[in-house]
Write a protein that binds this ligand. Structure first.
Ligand SMILES: *[C@@H]1O[C@H](CO)[C@@H](O)[C@H](O)[C@H]1NC(C)=O
Ligand SMILES: *[C@@H]1O[C@H](CO)[C@@H](O)[C@H](O)[C@H]1NC(C)=O
Ligand SMILES: *[C@@H]1O[C@H](CO)[C@@H](O)[C@H](O)[C@H]1NC(C)=O
Ligand SMILES: *[C@@H]1O[C@H](CO)[C@@H](O)[C@H](O)[C@H]1NC(C)=O
Ligand SMILES: *[C@@H]1O[C@H](CO)[C@@H](O)[C@H](O)[C@H]1NC(C)=O
Ligand SMILES: *[C@@H]1O[C@H](CO)[C@@H](O)[C@H](O)[C@H]1NC(C)=O
Ligand SMILES: *[C@@H]1O[C@H](CO)[C@@H](O)[C@H](O)[C@H]1NC(C)=O
Length: 183
């Protein structure tokens, strides 16, 4: 019957595919990159510390008894900060930054941050950037590195310049100018 022979063929094709797939890696071949593109982004990260709806919370803290430090060395934060088009609290939300920040400076207010900046509007909806860097928290001008990305930002690399817009005990608003090179 016609139906049976189709099923038989599907089985034969599947079985031969399984046989071929028992090698789990491809042959190594010359890398032929696609032409790269550059995208610039400009947005504001809003972080609330403490209060009713904190967007950064302490996960763990080292128990340092001989602590003379004025910085919070040894504290690990979980972060989910909205990314917004402007510095105003009610400006359009365009994504969020989720990740970890570890306060890693003994004598300086410096963190090492791993953030995934995910975008939720427009053409970039569903795309994200991996930002992994040392982050000197109180310097007026800072730079962090973009080490990868997803979606439109596959194979991304780049950097972000950060300008602290508001910086106090309860509110952090940072202006980001990101330059991303990607496929
Ligand atoms: C912190 O360390 C000190 C000294 O080792 C100890 O007495 C104290 O119980 C520790 N506190 C916590 C919360 O582990
Ligand atoms: C803490 O600071 C005081 C005064 O600056 C200093 O005398 C002391 O040695 C410091 N202790 C430690 C453990 O660093
Ligand atoms: C160390 O001391 C500083 C200043 O007193 C304080 O802000 C910080 O929370 C302390 N850190 C730890 C881990 O105890
Ligand atoms: C931090 O500062 C203290 C006192 O100035 C110094 O003894 C120590 O070596 C410094 N630690 C680091 C990691 O810079
Ligand atoms: C973004 O993508 C998600 C998942 O595909 C979808 O549910 C959502 O409506 C999109 N948002 C916008 C603003 O396009
Ligand atoms: C970001 O770019 C804007 C517009 O070019 C500029 O006004 C602003 O100073 C830049 N900020 C940073 C942190 O580079
Ligand atoms: C921090 O800045 C925000 C925004 O400018 C302001 O609403 C808030 O009152 C400030 N908080 C403190 C403790 O200064």
């Amino acid at each position: 019957m016609k139906g049976t022979s189709v099923i038989t063929w599907i089985l034969i094709v599947c079985l031969s595919t399984v046989a071929v797939q028992s090698q789990y890696y491809s042959n190594t071949r010359p890398y032929d990159p696609m032409p790269e593109k550059v995208t610039n982004l400009h947005f504001f990260l809003h972080e609330s510390l403490g209060g009713q709806n904190p967007t950064a919370v302490v996960l763990a803290q080292a128990n340092i008894t001989s602590n003379n430090s004025t910085v919070q060395f040894g504290i690990l934060y979980a972060v989910d900060d909205p990314l917004q088009a402007g510095p105003e609290p009610n400006s359009e939300v365009i994504g969020n930054a989720q990740g970890l920040a570890v306060v890693a400076g003994i004598n300086s207010t410096a963190a090492v941050t791993y953030f995934d900046f995910g975008f939720t509007t427009g053409e970039l909806n569903g795309s994200s950037l991996s930002v992994f860097s040392r982050n000197p928290l109180i310097m007026a001008e800072r730079e962090v590195s973009v080490v990868g990305g997803k979606g439109k930002f596959r194979m991304a690399k780049g950097f972000a310049l950060i300008n602290p817009y508001v910086l106090n005990a309860t509110t952090i608003i940072l202006e980001f100018n990101v330059t991303v090179v990607h496929y």
